[in-house]
Design a protein around this ligand. Structure first.
Ligand code: ADP
Length: 496
């Protein structure tokens, strides 16, 4: 028997759930019988232990997935795949409060934010459910007597490795396009946040997916994650996480079977505010851009560039606005910012804050731990930030904003592009020409105009430069999970 949990959450939600590895449609123990503890980041206390996948379990899950792919799943029609995904989306919505509450408990984000994530996850699954029977090949004419066509075939067994910042949303972003296009998956959740993925695994069983099509493993990166990226019978690996781990995964892939790779990695995204922007609206979006999800977003707008004419007013107003961000218990209704996910992340962020101070940046507000229990950090703003500073170049992944001044459109573009990353960016202005000039010049996968963090299942999302390979979401993500087969028929029979 796998482990299980049965408790009542602070908001009255009853949480009764097996905590095993979900392999071949069942919750099972790991072969080596290992478990690991899951910590509540708000209290620093252990919530429960979950079964841990090791290399052997990855192998068992891959065999189950392979058998499903070559067997029953192969016979399921595209329309039926779509129905399964839509059913799963319905079940996400029916279980929205449970999923959101478990996410709040495990990750530390507020229940209200987590509800948004679950809603977006359901929308993503439904969106890809709609695509399932709309992915076709082409007929390509070349010459008389030849009949050529292409097919969009599934890649096969897909290993998927997801991070801890949006556990349930990343689960859906990965599962949706893979299943719509006829693949099977072995997905590893992040070791910091395995719980919501297991609730979702139970919903997979309820939705009626054949066993082995979707397998969910709790486990660590260096063991289970590495086993996925180097497995000889996994055809594709999709990863979301840090750039450094993305590099490790690519090396493992290069040294194993050259499986297909897509990576959604880090960022250091510029958020550019021009003098003519609606300053209050811009501040709301800038605030949301960096402090949403406690700064733990790969697309966080962490480099804030403000044009010189409004710079001083902006900094003063922004400081006032920050004070409205309620930091505290994720189960309280008014909470905007909960704890960071782990002690390790807390320590990393505090180190960056110390570094910023030493390098001469000015703390406008925040900079300290919030309270004395839990991994809470005050929303922090640095001004007088120089381009060469570590806090302006490296991804902090916490509630830390750095603000600098610029003069012209050309300066804004040059500063915006002064990074090795290229995931997202934003420009705030009322001038259409300025907006489009900047949007067309920034080297980033997404440019938001007078908004921030507004993602949608239909809009492709992914990185230029060192922020990744491939695109999540939208029609674009289907390409990550299909391979083109060309069939060329000689109708004449003769060689010449
Ligand atoms: P963080 O440092 O914030 O935990 P990572 O990018 O290392 O971010 O983690 C994101 C995901 O990658 C997690 O599921 C983690 O277990 C996994 N991971 C970490 N290291 C490796 C690795 N060497 N190979 C495969 N997956 C890994």
């Amino acid at each position: 028997m796998s482990l299980s949990i049965n408790l009542e959450l602070p908001n009255g939600v009853k949480y009764d759930q097996p905590l095993g590895l979900f392999i071949n449609g069942e919750f099972v123990r790991g072969v080596e019988g290992k478990t690991f503890e899951v910590i509540n980041p708000s209290t620093e206390k252990v919530i429960c232990s979950v079964n841990e996948a090791t290399e052997k379990d990855v192998d068992i899950a891959v065999r189950a997935a392979r058998a499903a792919f070559e067997g029953e799943w192969h016979k399921v029609t595209p329309a039926q795949r779509g129905k399964f995904l839509c059913k799963l989306a319905d079940l996400f919505e029916e279980n929205l409060l449970t999923l959101a509450s478990v996410e709040a408990l495990d990750n530390g984000k507020s229940v209200s934010m987590a509800k948004g994530d679950v809603g977006a996850a359901a929308a993503c699954l439904r969106y890809y459910g709609g695509w399932a029977d709309k992915v076709h090949g082409k007929v390509i004419d070349t010459e008389h007597g030849k009949f050529n066509y292409t097919k969009q075939e599934p890649i096969g067994v897909c290993g998927q490795i997801i991070p801890w910042n949006f556990p349930i949303l990343m689960w859906a972003w990965k599962i949706g396009p893979a299943i719509a296009t006829g693949n099977v998956v072995v997905l590893k959740t992040a070791e910091q946040t395995p719980l919501s993925g297991l609730v979702a695994a139970e919903l997979v069983a309820k939705a009626g997916f054949p066993p082995g099509v979707i397998n969910i493993l709790s486990g660590f990166g260096k063991t289970a994650g590495a086993a996925i990226s180097s497995h000889m019978d996994i055809d594709k690996v999709a990863f979301t996480g840090s750039t450094i781990t993305g590099r490790t995964i690519m090396k493992a892939v290069a040294n194993s079977n050259l499986k297909k790779v897509t990576l959604e990695l880090g960022g250091k995204s510029p958020n550019i505010v021009f003098d003519d922007a609606d300053i209050d609206e811009a501040i709301s979006w800038v605030n949301f851009g960096i402090f949403y999800n406690h700064g733990q977003c790969c697309c966080a707008g962490s480099r804030i560039y403000v044009q010189e004419g409004i710079y001083d007013t902006f900094v003063e107003k922004f400081k006032k606005r920050i004070k409205e961000n309620v930091v505290g218990d994720p189960f309280e209704n008014e909470t905007f910012q909960g704890p960071q996910v782990s002690q390790l992340q807390f320590d990393r962020i505090m180190e960056y804050i110390e570094h910023g101070k030493k390098e001469g940046a000015k703390i406008e507000i925040g900079g300290k731990r919030h309270g004395d229990v839990g991994y809470f950090i005050e929303p922090t703003i640095f001004s007088n930030v120089d381009e060469s500073m570590k806090i302006m170049q490296e991804e902090i992944f916490g509630p830390v904003a750095s603000i600098a001044k610029f003069k012209t459109v050309a300066d804004a573009i040059a500063l915006g592009n002064k990074t090795t990353f290229g995931l997202a960016s934003a420009v705030h202005t009322k001038n259409l020409e300025t907006a489009l000039t900047v949007a067309n010049s920034l080297k980033a996968g997404t440019v938001w105009v007078n908004t921030y963090n507004t993602l949608h299942a239909a809009l492709p999302f992914g990185g230029f430069k060192e922020s990744g390979i491939g695109r999540e979401l939208g029609k674009a993500a289907l390409a990550n999970y299909t391979q083109v087969k060309t069939v060329s028929v000689n109708m004449n029979g003769a060689l010449y």
